[in-house]
Design a protein around this ligand. Structure first.
Ligand code: AMP
Ligand code: GLY
Length: 437
């Protein structure tokens, strides 16, 4: 049983269905694309009692929790208490994503390299922290905000205004030192003790080409990353994932599921930007397109404390690119209810598939029975290719076939990487040691 409504869950379900050991998959609540491939259930995935009730009804052998909201609501705890193997952390462990201040505290305790940060609860504290770190300013809402609670700006007034808005909503903020250098998303599967990294990916957070405009949940992704230094994944496992998993276990709140390490490759070396307690969206759409190891067994082993670190995951040799098609006005309030055309034509392209996110089948009205837009990020076109160039070309051919009025997409997903133009900052060794920690 897979819980969640989005593209990540559609991608997970596609991979589960490709695992010969998986007999049946069910989803709640799903979307129009998921409903085309497995039974969906109109159950509130964020409600622990409702999710547990559905798992009982289905006799689920494994529950995979997709998004952060049910994790933070304690859905995994309720399911585990009821005896189900669950891929996804407890409410206590999901605080690594649910509270940025908590994540910073765990990283400090575990010696994990991250941006220097201060928590502020008043405008005076915020102003003081901003001036302490200097521009560019980084201000983060302390709670969950679907990737949209972070403001990175050179404008001090804008940074202060974001902090003030968070205080007005009853929250606090984390103000950080700015991290230069490209970002990497690395997903690490864990059973609470052992860790297995997946293939690193890069996400595109801003709405417009050239990383302009506001932050979104993610507008596209690609994998693998040809520009990463050798040994990068091992370094993240040993300096970030393993110490964090060990620290969570030591605290009596083991982290079981996928630890999403959001990283920056900076002048001073590797830094954690954020942790998430679940797979990334849309990175998962690209990463799972390349995974050749059956997913069901892996997730079950993580859920039941039986991950085998010696297992080498198998990856298809191709590159994967995922391009998100978003609704008009996203990341503001998106326009919804518009019919989506061209889906079959896109899927008919070689090595191309469409992963649905915010889609629904219109129950009535003008478009009754048709697939319509129902969220900000509507779908992703995912393509495999012999290299990033070919994967890009195929994905964009698919995007051109998708017809959705007012839709937006970035045209530069994986473009720099395909041209060898991702710049790694020159590593400086002059930084004092405590800043490395
Ligand atoms: P987060 O929600 O913490 O992942 O932040 C969202 C996005 O804001 C990240 O993916 C980065 O692009 C950007 N960001 C967050 N923290 C920093 C930082 N300390 N320095 C530079 N950019 C950041
Ligand atoms: N793509 C960013 C995230 O899933 O948080």
């Amino acid at each position: 049983m897979v819980l969640g409504p989005g593209g990540r869950e559609h991608a997970i379900i596609r991979a589960l269905l490709a695992d010969p050991e998986v007999e049946q998959v069910h989803c709640a609540p799903g979307n129009a694309g998921i409903a085309q491939i497995v039974p969906v259930h109109a159950v509130d995935a964020n409600d622990p009692a409702a999710a547990t009730g559905l798992a009982r009804e289905l006799g689920a052998d494994l529950v995979v929790v997709g998004p952060e909201a049910p994790l933070v609501a304690g859905v995994a705890d309720a399911l585990r208490e009821a005896g189900f193997p669950v891929f996804g952390p407890s409410r206590a462990a999901a605080r690594l994503e649910g509270s940025k201040a908590f994540a910073k505290e765990v990283m400090a305790a575990a010696g994990v390299p991250t941006a220097m940060a201060r928590v502020a609860t008043t405008e005076a504290e915020a102003a003081d922290a901003l001036d302490g770190f200097g521009a560019p300013y980084v201000v983060k809402d302390d709670g969950l905000a679907a990737g949209k609670g972070v403001v990175v700006t050179a404008d001090r007034a804008e940074a202060l205004a974001h902090a003030a808005a968070c205080f007005a909503a009853g929250g606090s903020v984390v103000i950080e030192e700015y991290l230069d250098g490209p970002e990497v998303s690395l997903f690490v599967l864990t059973d609470g003790t052992r860790v297995i990294p997946l293939s690193p990916a890069q996400d595109f957070k801003r709405i417009f080409d050239g990383d302009e405009g506001p932050n979104t949940g993610g507008m596209g992704a690609y994998t693998p990353l040809p520009w990463l230094p050798d040994g990068f994944v091992d370094e993240v496992v040993e300096r970030v994932a393993r110490p964090t998993v060990d620290e969570m276990r030591r605290r009596g709140t083991p982290f079981v599921g996928v630890l999403y390490c959001g990283l920056a490759v900076t002048r001073r070396g590797l830094r954690v930007i954020e942790f998430n307690a679940r797979f990334g969206d849309p990175e998962t759409q690209a990463v799972l397109a390349r995974l050749a190891t059956p997913l069901g067994r892996l997730l079950l082993d993580a859920a039941t404390g039986r991950l085998d670190e010696a297992e080498r995951l198998r990856w298809r040799p191709e590159s994967a690119v995922a391009v998100v098609v978003a609704a008009q006005d996203y990341p503001g309030t998106p326009r919804t209810g518009d019919p989506i055309g061209g889906l079959e034509a896109a899927e008919a392209l070689e090595d191309v598939h469409v992963v649905h996110a915010g889609t629904a089948v219109a129950p009535d009205g003008e478009h009754a029975g048709r697939v319509v837009s129902a969220g900000g990020r509507v779908l992703a076109v995912v393509a495999l290719g012999a290299g990033l160039d070919q994967a890009r070309e195929r994905a964009y051919r698919g995007v051109e076939l998708v017809a959705l009025e007012g839709s937006q997409h970035r045209t530069d997903i994986a473009l720099k990487a395909s041209r060898g133009q991702v710049d790694l900052p020159t590593v400086s060794n002059s930084a004092p040691r405590q800043e490395q920690a």
